[in-house]
Design a protein around this ligand. Structure first.
Ligand code: GRF
Length: 201
């Protein structure tokens, strides 16, 4: 069994696409959903699918990152997927899950990434830059925001858009195709890191 833990903060549309991918293969499962928010649509998706969910925080009904680390080990997580999770993953967890934490970013990194670059902030920055293309990136998570080795990217043409929201609509569609693709390739053992560059066989 290949167990995936998904870290979310919002709508959960990427969580949904991962669910669709895992439903195709009995050896693939989402074993838990984590969020820093006690209520979010992504948690409702977890409930609808009977997936255990955990709030990361410092209150009595949440788990600390130290507890998350022990929990991930206990539930046998093979891959951590950040799907909109807005908190930084502690270095100790990055070290423990080296090249086993991936994240989806709604732009073509290394452009338009880094602290504070999430959601519509990204699409507004892309729109204001007058760029003609945008896209999505799946990358490994390291100790610097959005700076891990890039695994896959896909572009979208934004030359005719009139609003940043149009960019968001185009990019989310691409996210929903490249994230499950990368997850499957990792599951199949076809993703290799050579001198920081990632190759998918
Ligand atoms: C996505 O746009 C992703 O690129 C970014 O956060 C958003 C999450 O959206 N990291 P959703 O919650 O998966 O719909």
């Amino acid at each position: 069994m290949f167990r995936i833990s998904v870290f979310v903060s919002g709508r959960g549309s990427n969580l949904n696409t991962i669910l669709k991918e895992t439903s195709k293969d009995k050896n693939l499962e989402i074993n838990a959903v984590f969020s820093n928010k006690s209520t979010c649509p992504a948690f409702e998706i977890a409930d609808e699918n009977g997936i255990p969910k955990y709030v990361i925080g410092n209150t009595q009904d949440s788990v600390s990152f130290d507890e998350v680390s022990a929990l991930l080990e206990k539930i046998g997580t093979d891959l951590i997927v950040l799907a909109g999770f807005l908190k930084k993953i502690p270095d100790v967890l990055v070290d423990k899950y080296e090249n086993r934490i991936i994240s989806i970013h709604p732009a073509l990194l290394p452009s338009f990434g880094g602290k504070g670059m999430y959601g519509m902030n990204v699409h507004r920055a892309v729109f204001d830059s007058t760029a003609k293309v945008s896209g999505a990136t799946v990358h490994f998570v390291n100790k610097v925001f959005d700076a891990g080795s890039i695994i896959a990217q896909k572009c979208v043409d934004i030359s005719e858009v009139d609003y940043p929201e149009e960019i968001a609509e185009k990019v989310i569609k691409v996210e929903h195709s490249i994230l499950p693709y990368v997850i499957r390739k990792i599951y199949e053992g076809k993703v290799y890191v050579e001198n920081k560059r990632v190759k998918i066989k």
